[in-house]
Design a protein around this ligand. Sequence first.
Ligand code: COA
Length: 146
Amino acid sequence: MSAALQIAPLADADIPAVIALWRRCGLVRPWNDPEADIALARQNANADVLLGRAGDVIAASVLVGHDGHRGWVYYVSVDPDHQRQNFGGAIMTAAEDWLRARGIEKLQLMVRGDNTQVQAFYESIGFGEQKRIVYAKWLDGRELTP
Ligand SMILES: CC(C)(COP(=O)(O)OP(=O)(O)OC[C@H]1O[C@@H](n2cnc3c(N)ncnc32)[C@H](O)[C@@H]1OP(=O)(O)O)[C@@H](O)C(=O)NCCC(=O)NCCS
């Protein structure tokens, strides 16, 4: 149960294990360098990576941050061997608390259109779909990735 999940910010020694977790969860895209994403998130006070430990195992994680207005989460992940034990709910609650403590009132996230099963998860923890069109642009001028 979620009571068994100990949640704390990531430490340097956790980096290889959390990247392995993200890969097992199918969250690493070829155009994203997870190590660089972690370093950037930890560089400033507006973002961090939270980990959930079940015993010695890193079973859950989330990259949480805010842009000065809204909160965002990325890399929401629970190890496939530990799913459906409310660890996903627990790590998202920790992300919400992290944002609330910084005065942020609304949390947003993006789900890839083909990730249908995760929609039931977010709805079960109180999120609702917002009708928006998301625009994006790589700032180094490269072609937009899917
Ligand atoms: C999405 C994810 C984080 C959920 O983690 P989890 O620990 O299994 O979720 P929880 O146990 O907290 O689930 C809470 C509720 O969400 C719903 N839910 C979770 N996973 C679900 C699934 N695969 N299908 C349908 N409903 C699901 C259920 O209502 C569940 O309650 P229940 O187990 O009592 O039925 C996990 O499946 C995961 O890491 N997936 C791969 C990575 C990913 O897609 N991340 C999100 C990117 S946007």
